[in-house]
Design a protein around this ligand. Sequence first.
Ligand SMILES: [Zn+2]
Ligand SMILES: [Zn+2]
Length: 603
Amino acid sequence: MPEAEPVQQPIKLLRTSESESLQKIRHTTSHIMAMAVQTLFPKAQVTIGPWTETGFYYDFDSPDPFTEKDLKQIRKEMIKIINRKLPVTREEVSREEARTRITAQNEPYKLEILDSIQEPITIYHLGDRWWDLCAGPHVASTEEIDPKAIALESVAGAYWRGDETKAQLQRIYGTAWETPEQLAEYHRRKEEALKRDHRKLGKELGLFIFADAVGSGLPLWTPKGTILRSQLEDYLKQEQTKRGYLPVVTPHLAKVDLFKISGHWQNYKEDMFPMMAESEAAAAAEQGFVLKPMNCPFHIQIYQSELRSYRELPIRLAEFGTVYRYEQSGELGGLTRVRGFTVDDSHLFVTPEQLDDEFLKVVELILTVFKSLQLKNFKARLSFRDPESDKYIGSDEAWEKAQNAIRRAVEKMEMNHFEALGEAAFYGPKLDFIFEDALGREWQLGTVQVDYNLPERFELEYVAEDGSRQRPIMIHRAPFGSLERLIGILIEEYAGDFPLWLAPVQVRLLPVRPDHYEYVKEVAAKMRAAGIRAEADTNGDRLGKMVRNAEKQKIPVMSVVGDQEVTDNTLSIRTRASGELGAMAIEEVIQKLTTAIAEHGNF
Ligand SMILES: [Zn+2]
Ligand SMILES: [Zn+2]
């Protein structure tokens, strides 16, 4: 009997915020690093050194730039400190005492930090020669840190207090884990994340570009990326049509006045592109146009264009609406943060009696969409109001009703969820879908928001059954959130290997010799006529190169065509999902492909 293979448990990596043990390890390791840096570079001054979700960093003011070589030296010094088994001790001191000690050390940044922290002022000592202000927590002795479970990762520039007018500092990033196995798993995931990076894959697969002449944060979609986008849009539109949504299209800009009524101009101006005004006088009078940061006020205008009756409600207006937000250029990166993006937006205008049911239907739609995209690992955050605070508008009763509608919906759909008190917007509670990807990273996808505010601001009404005028409630919802971000996430989640129905090119035919060109062109045309995105590779490359190209492009189905296939009128099929499928009649291939595409399945 063969020996049983030991069952490999996947190594789970917790985020720092999820584990007190990791908080202690990372806090302590960051101090050990700071001590090592100050031992090797006595002129270096320490500033702040917090943990991050996957490690820690410390910012230093040092005259010499740290190099890769320095990092190695620092790590060596850290191991020495660890091996000295230094006790980590907490000391509570008065503000005056802390000031005296810091002044003696000549650490100006620490003095600033001291001024910004609250009592109790605590100092943590590593042994008896190094200390820093810190609130903890830490391990009891440096020997609790496993030298094989720590790594220094990189150096980057940073500004004191994140303010570019202040001193430029050097930030050393590191990570620390409980075991060397966890560190190895973390490194594996980091490497995998680099391979899957949507900026890199997006370029390799030819999905989108950025152009200096256009501006940062403004992606341009190439034909392949546009096909991918359209597939997602078409699919969601179909699902929405089934559920009674009505399509609308609205402009990309509007008068500032519209956003004054909605309140965006007063509260959201910083995130909007500056106003376009015809003259200085117009600008001074705030008479001009702005690019829309949100679609809601436009859909409201459509609702308001007629007197609505309770019989018409719920009204569900849907648009793939492109919005523009003036993100800081430092925050832009790939598709996950952009300045122009398309929201799969919809606004539902409902009576209070309809809220529960409509909310549930929205959640059902979102779950259907996620299932189709094979996004399985997500949880729902119920962002509710803080019952202690009075910043919220709307009656207690309305809030209770809305929060209960959300609660009931997630319970009915048996979703993994948690409540976050105080996370609601001032105008209503919301439900956010947080997706965890293959590498354990979290992304926020869709949102559903209940809103009492905009109906009030725009004085929305409907005629109720008894003839009275009543105010509808709005639900804002976007299953994808933003198409751009969703595609960024999907590229990384699938590692570029799109499911058949989404793949920009679904089939590529590879002729062995030029005398097979005519056949492959004919077959590709037949497939396209049947709605399959097929192409023939007739660039004149040798077969080996054609195969490699098709693999690199991660095309789900490829077929090498030679004499045999031409004679028999067949195709020998090889798919990424199922491997070699052998020879099949062309009609059979087309039929199987069409079915798999329609069902969002594999071939
Ligand atoms: Zn600390
Ligand atoms: Zn909205």
